[in-house]
Ligand binder design. Structure first.
Ligand SMILES: Cc1ncc(COP(=O)(O)O)c(C=O)c1O
Length: 376
């Protein structure tokens, strides 16, 4: 006889409990030290005013999908501004309700089109989920090892491979070897999908992202950029920047664009203003990079990196006790565990914020010993 559904829930519950994979949300009121609001733009007065004005003028909700009643003109303004900011207008941008939706749609489409897709082993869940329905072969390559892809293609020659990677990795804050990956897609007539979720606003001299940092041009025929307004831009929503015709295909087929309600005007206006603030004031990016350099040197003994994402490595119990120490002082710095990071690579994900005051700095120095992580 088949199990009744209530027993299946019991079994699922127990399995999760035994594997220690229950997730707990933090209580409200703690100050997060893992926030993605690197530039503090979610509290920027210009961004807040723009959002309030749009809400007063146009209402709180989008009222429908962009294909029904939700296609507010701010969508167009935002995609144009995004394309301009990220690629000097070279690519066509599409706005989605979240970065997750944007990645899911982009990687699903490209996976359907390509016979072979490579994905970095530390890619974000939204990129992984996009590959689930891939028709061709899927190869997960060791983190940042472009040579692995080269060797694979030498042994299994295949034109039109797609390589999917984050640019600034969300958990370890390291950069993908984009120049080497780009060379591969040039050589094999492939396509490089770059998730700029964390690089936008933080990376490159003016925060335009990893291409700017590495001095690489945006090439619409070979690159698709994805990203989000929810991190350094302090708002909500995702974007994809790609070749104009590919954008038309995505716009006509992406289920996460067609079958969901569009972003509300207040959110679109906030994202748009955040881009303006950033475009007009590169000093805030530099200030973030200065602060990040200090903490990379302090925590990792890395005097080169200006990444605002700094992993604090260590064994799980020690990390937990450091995390608990922060909590006693009102700060939240959780231990990130599998499957968000690979097994055995638990870490505290410290993200630098330009709004940090001397209390935060002092607490960090108290609980994070310099240079060596938190090994016992
Ligand atoms: C690398 C990466 N890509 C995509 C996303 C999804 O972005 P959003 O939060 O806008 O859905 C995230 C956020 O968690 C991320 O870290």
């Amino acid at each position: 006889m088949e199990e009744p559904i209530a027993s299946l829930i019991e079994i699922g519950y127990s399995a999760l409990e035994i594997s220690g994979r229950f997730k707990t949300m933090p209580p409200p009121g703690l100050v997060s030290l893992s926030s993605n609001d690197y530039l503090g733009l979610s509290r920027n007065p210009l961004v807040i005013d723009a959002s309030l004005r749009a809400t007063r003028n146009f209402g709180t909700g989008a009222t429908g999908s962009r294909y029904l009643s939700g296609n507010h003109p701010l969508n167009r303004e935002l995609s144009d501004a995004t394309s301009q900011f990220k690629t000097g207008g070279k690519g066509a941008a599409l706005v989605f309700t979240s970065g997750y939706h944007a990645n899911l749609a982009t990687v699903s489409l490209i996976s359907e089109l390509s016979p072979l897709i490579f994905s970095d082993s530390e890619n974000h869940a939204s990129l992984i989920d996009g590959m689930r329905n891939a028709k061709g072969r899927k190869v997960v390559y060791p983190h940042n090892e472009s040579e692995f892809i080269r060797e694979y293609l030498k042994k299994n020659p295949q034109q039109k491979p797609v390589i999917v990677t984050e640019s600034l990795f969300s958990m370890k804050g390291d950069l993908a070897p984009l120049s080497a990956l780009f060379e591969i897609v040039e050589e094999y007539d492939g396509m490089l999908v770059i998730d700029e979720a964390h690089a936008t606003g933080t990376t490159g001299i003016s925060g335009r992202g990893a291409l700017e940092a590495l001095g690489l041009p945006y090439v619409p025929e070979r690159m698709i950029l994805t990203g989000t307004y929810s991190k350094a831009l302090g708002s909500l929503g995702g974007f994809v920047i790609l070749h104009e015709k590919a954008a038309k295909i995505l716009e006509s087929t992406a289920r996460t664009l067609i079958y969901t309600t569009a972003l509300p005007p207040g959110v679109l206006a906030a994202s748009l203003e955040a881009i303006h603030v950033l475009a007009e004031n590169t000093e805030i990016v530099r200030s973030l990079q200065r602060e990040s350099r200090i903490w990379n040197a302090y925590i990792q003994d890395d005097t080169e990196s200006s990444s605002p994402i700094i992993p604090v490595m260590g064994d799980a119990p020690t990390l937990q006790s450091v995390s608990d120490n922060f909590r006693t002082q009102g700060y939240y710095l959780p231990v990130i565990t599998y499957p968000t990071v690979p097994r055995g690579e638990d870490l505290l994900r410290l993200s630098v914020n330009i709004g940090w005051d001397k209390n935060v700095r002092k607490t960090l120095e108290t609980f994070l010993p310099p240079r060596k992580g938190v090994q016992k």
